[in-house]
Design a binder for this molecule. Sequence first.
Ligand code: GDP
Ligand code: MG
Length: 231
Amino acid sequence: MRLLSFGDSQICKYAVVTVATIGCGKTTTSLALANLFPNIIGHIQNDNIRRPVGNKLVAGALEILINRPIVILDKNDHKFIERKQIFDDFDQLNEVIPTSKLKFICLNFLRNRPQEDKDLWNITRERILERGDNHQTIKAAGKGITKAEKIIQGFIKRFQPVDPGREPDSKFDLIINLDVTSPDSSYANVKTVVDNLISFASDLNLTRPTEEQFQEAFKSALDYKPSVNKI
Ligand code: GDP
Ligand code: MG
């Protein structure tokens, strides 16, 4: 029998940090992953946290890690300073998990400079318009379009790509490169993440889902409607 407590435990805890802009599919991908492995992968959305958010995202993630080995922290983290804050908050708040057992995984949705990527703008803009008001804070239906476009643009403009050669990104134990190059990119991204988790988090002995299971989990992720409304 495998020990699940710490100390001499063999299992690690995995904090999965998304790096993206708006509409890249962070929430869709995270929900599909949590659907596929409900007892293993937890998911916390920055958009569900009452402002000021402060360190509540990491505090909530640590709570999830009590009962599950993997948590996805769903936030844009589009700048170095945002990623640094996540690491700093873990340093400050984590009193239970030995640092050698806490692994950080980056879901890198954007490899290149998104400022020059016309496809990214077109795909994410289209997705957000299609999503309409079905979001906690970004309302894109009707007159909301222009405001939503400005918000998307702002994130793209400020984006700082993941750079494993410098802090804070050098602190990631694994960087999983994803793509937002087609309107349906999230399905392939879910599979990429699963395959990487199977090999990197080998202590968890994850079983690869069947094609049918992937499709079902993805379909219900696409149907997601947030229960929190912050506006
Ligand atoms: P986030 O801002 O990064 O969390 O993006 P979301 O995951 O909320 O995705 C934005 C919108 O695009 C949502 O309405 C999703 O349902 C939709 N979406 C995301 N990925 C895909 C995909 O691969 N295929 C399709 N058809 N819709 C997607
Ligand atoms: Mg989201």
